[in-house]
Design a protein around this ligand. Sequence first.
Ligand SMILES: *[C@@H]1O[C@H](CO)[C@@H](O)[C@H](O)[C@H]1NC(C)=O
Length: 486
Amino acid sequence: MSISPAFLSANKLLVYLCLIVFCWKEDSATAESHQPQYHHTHAIHVASLLPSSVCTSAAAAAAAAQGWDQTSSLSVVHKHGACSQLQQEKANIPTHAEILLQDEARVKSIHSKLAKNLGLTNVKQTDTANLPAKDGSVVGSGNYIVTVGLGTPKKDLSLIFDTGSDITWAQCQPCVKFCYKQKDPIFSPSLSSTYSNVSCGSTACNALASATGNSLSCSSSACVYGIQYGDSSFSVGFFAKEKLTLTSRDVFGDFLFGCGQNNQGLFGGAAGLLGLGRDKLSLPSQTAVKYKKIFSYCLPSSSSSTGFLRFGNGGISKSVKFTTLSTIPQGESFYGINMIGISVGGKKLSISASVFAAGGAIIDSGTVITRLPPTAYSALRSAFRRQMKQYPMAQPLSILDTCYDFSKYSSVRIPRISFFFSRGVEVPINPMGILYVNGISQVCLAFAGNSDDSDVAIFGNTQQKTLEVVYDGARGRIGFGTGGCT
Ligand SMILES: *[C@@H]1O[C@H](CO)[C@@H](O)[C@H](O)[C@H]1NC(C)=O
């Protein structure tokens, strides 16, 4: 009998949990439950809430590297963490309050895009200089990066991966207008033998309109793309074809990407962005023949460990449960999911189905904090506060209004939280996805409410931590498994 990778990783998770978690027994079962209450809480060492300054996953990274050839797996790290090679100066790392503010900007832009589908029509057609520039804006800082190879000979580039947008782009020499500072050398098309401009009027060029929300434009005969993100950061440049190397066995000759000549916003030192949305110019669509629009990832629980991004159906755990992938009207690039319920401390909240149905929901790797219909969020918050009332509360942190001061505790117990999706899929949230930690004297419930029940809900990346999340565009389903990574 062979031991499946799923079994190994579940086992690893168990060991990990035993290191950080007390699983003490409840003295008496509560009236509301037949099971002892410890089944319904996580006990957490307060010290374990703080990120390590050391990257702890050398072993995991090595394992991922070994698996490359079989499963087309890339290592995923948090942009600002100890495992990131971007190694920013401390002064450039945004504070948690800034990250949450940027997250709010991203969510606002998703909401306005879905409400009106105005797209980003204010990008001027031929004059890149007229793009709004705003220093200090970012694409939502709670983002994750992978390293891919571009060109011939291939150059390694660290890219932010984003399921909420389609175009892949990288900063390109000669940076006609502007390139921000990045860790890797800036990609130079003139040093690659496989680079070519996409010509104006070609099918690929015409496809830009739906992928970017902007009308296309031309510079002599070269096709020009422009993409602007919610927080007014943007990239503009030549739309081009180039060899993309994901792993040694996963090489794509004519990959369409943006060769960015004017890029602004602090993309955290990353070389650009990997677009994993659903439009036809996205990476999953361009590689559909090989991977059938299937990819999966695991976002690590802390910024000092690594997860993975995999393409194709290799390596998907047997325990992954699939819910329906839906399409949001006006937001065809987004991955829609049917959120139907939430439990706190083992008890389903009573929230009517119409509350979740009103605005629908998407899953997004780039949004940090899950946004819920306000009616659902207030039910979640009340239940959480009720079960946390033994702990002193702390000041709110930006959009997070339910915070605690754990400075007098060495361990705490927090209620378990699960999300429920259609087809009977329960997704238990990792403790590090329940709490957002701004130091042990301000540990917050990591969820927020939208301003209206009719706004789309967003299942964000904090809540996806350690989950194996499978996007299966061909079969129209999204899968979740626990213990995908630590
Ligand atoms: C791509 O197009 C731009 C703009 O016309 C031009 O400056 C550049 O040299 C072209 N690159 C190649 C490899 O043709």
